[in-house]
Design a protein around this ligand. Structure first.
Ligand SMILES: Cc1cc2nc3c(=O)[nH]c(=O)nc-3n(C[C@H](O)[C@H](O)[C@H](O)COP(=O)(O)O)c2cc1C
Length: 161
């Protein structure tokens, strides 16, 4: 079994934890990596989000449906399982995740979804991923981790895995 983690995460000013050097989802993604040995692919916006939280909220809204990224994951044929990890932005994954997944052939692969959030849980991430990742076996039981609790979430992730 070979696994890949495709994740989005943003440092700087964060909703519940102030200014951080590493985003909540990235912390969780590193736990998944430590527990599974999976490879990691970080989705990065072509233009970084503002460091200021309130500006970022508005920028994210503008990017829904049009969120250019620096690089797309390319050949993922070697992987059986793909973890998709994102903060909840406006009720679903960050818009850059949709750009990263568009056109990616995940058919026949197991896809598992993890969000970090501040109240919305997984939002509509699992349904939205099912919509874009045609033919993938999307695990209906995603994992939602509160951003403010991510630093102590390793055992929760281990149980879910
Ligand atoms: C643009 C933006 C939109 C957000 N929208 C939601 C939301 O709809 N529901 C929610 O529970 N949290 C929302 N949050 C909070 C983030 O999901 C949460 O802080 C997350 O852990 C951030 O992950 P990161 O540090 O990896 O970027 C939002 C945060 C940002 C910056």
């Amino acid at each position: 079994m070979k696994a890949l983690i495709i994740y989005f995460s943003r440092a700087d000013e964060n909703y519940a934890v102030g200014y951080i050097d590493k985003g909540n989802t990235e912390i969780a993604a590193e736990f998944v990596q430590e527990l599974t040995g999976a490879d990691m692919f970080k989705v990065e916006p072509s233009v970084p989000y503002a460091a200021d939280y309130n500006t970022c909220i508005e920028e994210a809204k503008q990017r829904i449906g049009n969120a250019p990224i620096k690089e797309k994951p390319s050949d993922i044929s070697a992987y059986d399982t793909v973890f998709i990890m994102s903060p909840v932005y406006w009720g679903t994954y960050a818009p850059e995740v949709e750009t990263a997944l568009a056109g990616l052939d995940l058919s026949g692969k197991t896809v598992r979804v993890i969000s970090t959030h501040e109240g919305s849980g997984l939002g509509s991430m699992v349904d939205d991923i099912r919509r874009i990742c045609k033919g993938a076996n999307v695990d209906s039981k995603g994992l939602a981790i509160k951003g403010s609790s991510v630093r102590t979430s390793k055992s929760t992730i281990e149980k879910w895995l």
